[in-house]
Design a protein around this ligand. Structure first.
Ligand code: SAH
Length: 271
């Protein structure tokens, strides 16, 4: 979206202390804060970067939320994958416009939105109907009808099988990804990529065991550590707090079903 703010869109408001609020704009709407309220009508028709004032004079900077900001602020039932991992998944899975991707489970749709925004066509398998609906609503809300037309969520258990064939990518965020390896072998095209996100290293070990005896090769596992910095005058140092753990990422490529032991990827070396 470009141009001035329109009704039906989201705006991200930041107060003087950079606290963030995600607001759905509508004519006649009001955004209530500890410091009075902001009239949505003051934002409608204004351009991004505008500063508006609440009834008590507090200033709020208004911009459109980025995908990261929307993911962290959107309505969510299930835990979402953090932006640092979402970005890495796009690279590990080498997602490209038109890629046919199967995603399971779908949760609140943070990963779905990331894949769709990169141009993929996504089929999601999700056990819970309420999560499936929430994800579809979040996709329409942030990405609009064009992306929604490339997205379908089915209420089903991926451990029971994958109906799709000739997929480019299978991306998993669920507790027992090793139970999907056999199904992914049948559903991916040769050269296709499997990526799995799991929070515990014992899950990584079990997945790698299963991959080692499968038609997948080039397996690798990693985690992404992201540390933000406090930069203010001469006080330039890492922030005191960080999200120290989210999950581990494992990727592998489908080579050939009759291949014996699959060599894993050597650790990445510095150039
Ligand atoms: N990646 C999502 C979050 C997924 S949370 C996001 O970024 O928003 C994990 C989801 O997997 C939950 O919604 C859960 O219901 C679903 N799930 C667990 N096991 C499943 C299975 N066997 N088949 C399909 N979905 C499953």
């Amino acid at each position: 979206m470009t141009g001035p703010f329109l009704a039906g869109e989201r705006a991200l408001l930041l107060d003087r202390k950079s606290r963030r609020y995600l607001v759905s704009l509508r004519e006649g709407g009001q955004f209530h804060t500890h410091a009075g309220f902001v009239l949505h009508d003051d934002l409608l028709g204004a351009s991004e970067g505008t500063t508006v004032r609440s009834t008590k004079g507090a200033a709020f900077l208004a911009v459109r939320p980025t995908l990261s900001e929307f993911v962290l602020g959107m309505p969510r039932g299930a835990q979402v994958i953090y932006p640092k991992d979402l970005g890495t998944i796009l690279m590990l899975a080498d997602v490209f416009p038109g890629a046919r991707v199967l995603e399971a489970g779908v949760g609140s749709g943070a990963l779905s939105m990331t894949l769709l925004r990169a141009g993929a066509s996504v089929v999601g398998y999700e056990l819970r109907a309420d999560f499936a609906q929430r994800a579809e609503a979040n996709v329409v809300d942030f990405l609009g009808p064009e992306a929604a037309a490339r997205y379908r969520v089915e209420e089903r258990d991926v451990y029971c099988g994958i109906e799709e064939e000739g997929l480019d990518r299978v991306i998993l965020d669920l507790p027992e990804p090793w139970r999907v390896v056999k199904h992914a072998e049948g559903a991916l095209r040769p050269g296709g990529i499997l990526v799995a996100y799991v929070p515990s290293i014992t899950q990584v070990a079990q997945l790698r065991d299963t991959l080692a005896g499968s038609a997948f090769a080039m397996a690798q596992s990693l985690e992404v550590l992201l540390r933000t910095w406090h930069v203010e005058g001469h006080a330039v140092r890492p922030d005191h707090r960080m999200v120290a753990h989210t999950g581990f990422l494992t990727s592998a490529r489908l080579v050939s079903a009759d291949r014996g032991a699959s060599p894993s990827e050597p650790a990445l070396e510095q150039p």
